[in-house]
Design a protein around this ligand. Structure first.
Ligand code: C5P
Length: 305
């Protein structure tokens, strides 16, 4: 996440993420699931602009959000349900801040894709407001607010690649080389995260254990460019549950499987599918092939740092 000052306020580049590995360790009493996931940011960004404003007399209009999008803006809520508004309301309450804010969100990350767009936007809003309101809270102090907004928000607040545990909010940063090319396809229909977890529960698979060796092998493979071990280390426990909900999961997996990606899988709870490539030219070639199949929106990008 990159925060910079502009003439009128603050601007943040909010990246998407890919789950290179996602294990579900069990169901918790609070309805969430215990997870262990390796998340990497990618260079596909939303942009958030925040300008402070005096608190309006009508407190329901304290935070004004305008969404600019050429893609699936209809599925991004612009009112109180938007995580950006929830993040700002929660931080303002915690910090006792009276100001309002006008926010413009330029969306490029597709919604309901498993790419973490909404969570990244919320983290971006927390960072921008932290600066704009002169709070100077540390990431550690902002993290519990982030976790209240959503399980993936602390990951984006920390920035960089990380192993995320608990319900996703316990962050262990990991140093990984950036610049691994990837192709992402978002099918026309998005996926609901609670629906995918519910399907996983309905299948009543026994609780799985954390395989720290598999994760260590995957990290080593990424660091050394060992494509074979990278291929065998990529993993997503949610993929088969998601495939039972939408036939598009199989369709995308089959289309990716016909191309010699290093490896490919669903990201998060879907619906987007991604494949890792050896170099950018290969990523562009594969993206052209997948585009011709009309499976959905196709993105070419690289992993970030
Ligand atoms: O935390 P967040 O609001 O993003 O989670 C959305 C939904 O996804 C939760 O209500 C829950 O159904 C599911 N979830 C889960 N376990 C997690 C993360 C999310 O069951 N670790």
């Amino acid at each position: 996440m990159v925060l910079r000052r502009t003439e009128s306020g603050w601007a943040v580049l909010a990246p998407a993420k890919l789950n290179l590995s996602l294990e579900v360790l069990g169901r918790r009493d609070d309805g969430y699931h215990e997870v262990e996931t390796l998340n990497v940011p990618i260079r596909l960004y939303d942009e958030l602009f925040l300008q402070t404003a005096a608190a309006p007399a009508d407190s329901s209009r304290r935070f004004e959000l305008r969404i600019e999008s050429s893609g699936n803006a209809d599925s991004v809520p612009s009112g109180e349900d938007n995580l950006v508004i929830r993040a700002l309301e929660t931080l303002a309450r915690r910090a006792g801040c009276p100001q309002g804010a006008a926010i413009t969100l330029r969306k490029r990350i597709p919604a309901m894709a498993g790419l973490g767009g909404g969570s990244s936007d919320a983290a971006a809003a927390l960072s921008a407001a932290n600066a704009a309101w002169g709070l100077s809270w540390s990431v550690d102090r902002l993290s519990p607010v982030a976790a209240e907004i959503g399980s993936d928000v602390p990951f984006f607040l920390h920035g960089g690649a990380a192993i995320c545990r608990g319900r996703g909010e316990r962050i262990e940063p990991v140093a990984l080389p950036a610049g691994l090319p990837c192709v992402i396809v978002q099918p026309p229909t998005g996926m609901s995260t609670p629906d995918v977890y519910a399907r996983l529960d309905a299948n009543a698979s026994p609780d799985s254990g954390s395989d720290s060796r598999r994760l260590a092998r995957l990290l080593a493979a990424i660091r050394s460019g060992d494509w074979r071990n990278l291929a065998s280390g990529l993993y997503n426990r949610l993929q088969s549950a998601a495939a039972e909900i939408s036939p598009e999961v199989h369709r995308l997996a089959a289309a990716f499987g016909r191309l010699p990606f290093i490896a490919h899988q669903l990201t998060g709870s879907g619906a987007a599918h991604f494949g890792l490539c050896r170099h950018l030219r290969q990523a562009n070639d594969f993206a052209a092939t997948l585009s011709a199949l009309n499976l959905g929106r196709v993105f070419v990008t690289t992993t970030g740092s």
